[in-house]
Design a protein. Structure first.
Length: 294
C-alpha cells in the first residue's frame, strides 16, 4: 500500500473516521480538531498556559517568545511557544500568525515573496518565512526545545501553527529533523491555512522527512493559495486534508496525496475567503485562543 501511495494521488473521503492502519501515519479528525487546534490557538494567547490547562492533563508551558520586526513589515511581531504535555508524552512547538501577514495578503505584495533562500533539508524557501523562523528560533526557542528534549527523552514532538504560523511550523519540523535534533519518526506536524512555504524541491525534501505531516484547509481559505504557484515557483508539500463547506463535527474531509492536487483545494476556481481562513473547526482560531480555549 505504501508503494501505491507514493505512486498515485490516493483520495480518501471520510466522516472523521480513522484511515486504514496500512496508510502512512493516518490522519484523524479528532486529533486535529481536539488537540492540535487548541495548541495552534494557544499561540494567539498572551498566556498559552490557559489553553494548555483547559484542554490537556498535566501540561506545562515552557516559554512564549516574541520577536519584534521579525520579517518584512515593521509592524510584524512573530511569536511561538514550547510546552510539555506529560499525559500525552509530547513536546509542543507552536507558532502563531501575524496581522502583518494578513496585510501582505490584502496588498498582494509579491515583492516580499520573490526572494528565496536555500534550506538545510533541500530546495529553497521564502526568505520572509525563513527569516521569521530563524529569529524566533534564535530568540530562545532553540534552547527551550533542547531543554525539553533532555528532560523528556522519548517524547514525541508535535509541531503546529496557523496561517504564517503554519509556514513557521513547517520549517521548524523540517529543521529539527534536518539538523538531527529529532528523528522524523517522532515528529507530528499539523498546520491550518498554511501558505506555500517553498519551491518544489523544498516540498519534495519535506515529504521525505516526516512520517506524519498534514496541511488542513478550510473550504475557500485564501492563504493556502499564496504565494503564487505558477509565476513565483512556490509549491505545497503533502498531505492536504481538505474540508469542503463546513468543519462541523462529522464533516466530510478529503485527503490528497499529491503536493498540489486538483481534487483538494487547488481545484477550486474561487479561493478568496478570509473568513474561512480565520475559522477552523467552527472556532475563530485567534479569538478562541485568546479566551483560553474555553
Amino acid at each position: 500500500m505504501l508503494k501505491l501511495v507514493t505512486l498515485f494521488c490516493v483520495i480518501y473521503t471520510a466522516y472523521g473516521l480513522v484511515l486504514p492502519a496500512s496508510m502512512l501515519a493516518s490522519y484523524t479528525d479528532a486529533f486535529a480538531r481536539n488537540q492540535m487546534l487548541a495548541l495552534a490557538s494557544a499561540a494567539y494567547s498572551s498566556n498559552p498556559q490557559h489553553c494548555l490547562t483547559s484542554k490537556f492533563t498535566n501540561a506545562q508551558l515552557k516559554r512564549q517568545i516574541y520577536v519584534k520586526n521579525c520579517a518584512a513589515l515593521s509592524s510584524d511581531v512573530c511569536s511561538g511557544y514550547t510546552a510539555a504535555l506529560h499525559a500525552d508524552k509530547a513536546i509542543v512547538i507552536s507558532f502563531r500568525g501575524t496581522q502583518g501577514f494578513f496585510q501582505l495578503i490584502s496588498e498582494a505584495n509579491k515583492s516580499v515573496f520573490e526572494s528565496q533562500m536555500s534550506w538545510i533539508a533541500g530546495g529553497k524557501v521564502s526568505k520572509y518565512f525563513g527569516d521569521a523562523f530563524s529569529k524566533v528560533w534564535a530568540a530562545g526557542m532553540k534552547d527551550d526545545v533542547a531543554a525539553l528534549l533532555s528532560a523528556n527523552p522519548g517524547y514525541e514532538v508535535w509541531v503546529v501553527g496557523h496561517s504564517l504560523g503554519g509556514s513557521l511550523a513547517s520549517l521548524a519540523a523540517s529543521y529539527i529533523i534536518g539538523t538531527k535534533i529529532v528523528d522524523g519518526s517522532r515528529v507530528k506536524l499539523v498546520t491550518y491555512g498554511e501558505p506555500r512555504t517553498g519551491n518544489k524541491d523544498y516540498a519534495h525534501a519535506h515529504d521525505g522527512q516526516l512520517a506524519y505531516s498534514y496541511r488542513v484547509t478550510h473550504n475557500r481559505d485564501v492563504v493556502p493559495h499564496v504565494p503564487n504557484e505558477d509565476f513565483m515557483g512556490y509549491y505545497h508539500n503533502k498531505y492536504e486534508v481538505y474540508y469542503r463547506e463546513n468543519m462541523k463535527a462529522g464533516a466530510k474531509f478529503t485527503i490528497c496525496d499529491g503536493d498540489e492536487d486538483s481534487k483538494c483545494s487547488d481545484g477550486l476556481w474561487v479561493t478568496t475567503s478570509i473568513d474561512d481562513h480565520l475559522h477552523y473547526f467552527e472556532k475563530d482560531i485567534s479569538a478562541w485562543g485568546d479566551k483560553g480555549c474555553n
